[in-house]
Design a binder for this molecule. Structure first.
Ligand SMILES: Cc1cc2nc3c(=O)[nH]c(=O)nc-3n(C[C@H](O)[C@H](O)[C@H](O)COP(=O)(O)O)c2cc1C
Length: 278
């Protein structure tokens, strides 16, 4: 959340790191020089450690300094993110930069019920809304969401309760007429459509770091997608993929918790030998 009382501190390290020299060549890497509305960037080389650092440390950031982010900065972030991979290069994404305070409050109000249902399911030990889950337990746990909402209403609130205050609110949409969904007719839950917009979301989060920003991808408002579409005038053939929040981070995470490669990669078969470190 952005809050007036948050301490001022040093500017995000990534901006500094992006202007250091490449270890191998000694050449400057990753420096972006704003020129008019567009950034001119010297590319961070594939072998550059800066890229690896960014991929390993771009965690979810939900607390921001109380500092506005100019539209031209958001433009530069999107100008880089638009090179994300996507099915057939149809670029099905659309973005709405939500600035109007009343729309932002409405977005927060759409977000909150799903958030409390999420918390209730986590408290019950569930992976919220998993395709494969205990539906009976899910149903019972979600019944506890109003009590969680009541408790939250008397507290200081966190990211969810202050969603309307984030420095940048981007609603991410996908145009169904442009999504190449090869699994569209499958008789199970489909994934492939999302793969044409979520790499774009990830590129937004990565590109934001070169601007000294950080943020988080959220999907909670999709629980009430119809309300979002009505609020923002989104056509029937376009779907809501999520909301990204961005701002100057209070803290940039450096150590993310993830399973090791051996836990998810196998050779030749699903039950094959784990791919081990050399
Ligand atoms: C598809 C997707 C949906 C997410 N939805 C939400 C959300 O609705 N609210 C939220 O606070 N974080 C959301 N997140 C952020 C995740 O909670 C976060 O990426 C995850 O916990 C890993 O955090 P870390 O990178 O800081 O370790 C979402 C992330 C993704 C990729």
């Amino acid at each position: 959340m952005s809050g007036a009382r948050l301490p001022e501190g040093p500017v995000n390290q990534v901006t500094d790191r992006a202007s250091t020299v490449h270890r191998g060549t000694g050449a400057p890497v990753g420096r972006c020089v704003p020129r008019g509305a567009r950034a001119r960037c010297s590319a961070t080389t594939v072998e550059g450690m800066e890229l690896i650092d960014a991929l390993r440390t771009t965690g979810a950031v939900r607390q921001y300094r109380d500092a506005a982010v100019p539209d031209e900065t958001v433009y530069r972030v999107l100008d880089t993110a638009r090179f994300a991979p996507n099915g057939g290069n149809r670029q099905a994404w659309r973005v709405i930069l939500v600035k109007d305070p009343s729309l932002r409050r409405a977005m927060r109000d759409i977000y909150l019920p799903g958030w409390y249902e999420y918390l209730a399911q986590v408290a019950a030990g569930l992976t919220p809304w998993a395709v494969v889950t205990d539906r009976e337990l899910e149903h019972r746990s979600v019944a506890g969401a109003p009590a969680i909402a009541q408790a939250a209403a008397v507290g200081p609130g966190g990211f969810a309760e202050h969603l309307d205050e984030v420095p940048v609110m981007l609603v991410l949409l996908a145009d169904f007429a442009k999504l190449a969904t090869v699994d569209r007719d499958a008789d199970h839950y489909t994934l492939v459509g999302g793969a044409s917009v979520y790499p774009f979301a990830w590129s937004i989060l990565l590109a934001a770091r070169t601007e000294g920003l950080a943020g988080v991808m959220t999907t909670m408002v999709v629980r009430d997608e119809a309300a979002v579409k009505e609020l923002l005038g989104v056509p029937d053939t376009v779907t809501v993929a999520g909301v990204l929040a961005l701002g100057q981070p209070v803290h940039q995470p450096t150590r993310l918790r993830r399973e090791p490669v051996e836990a998810f990669a196998t050779i030749d078969r699903f039950d094959g030998t784990p791919l081990a470190a050399p």
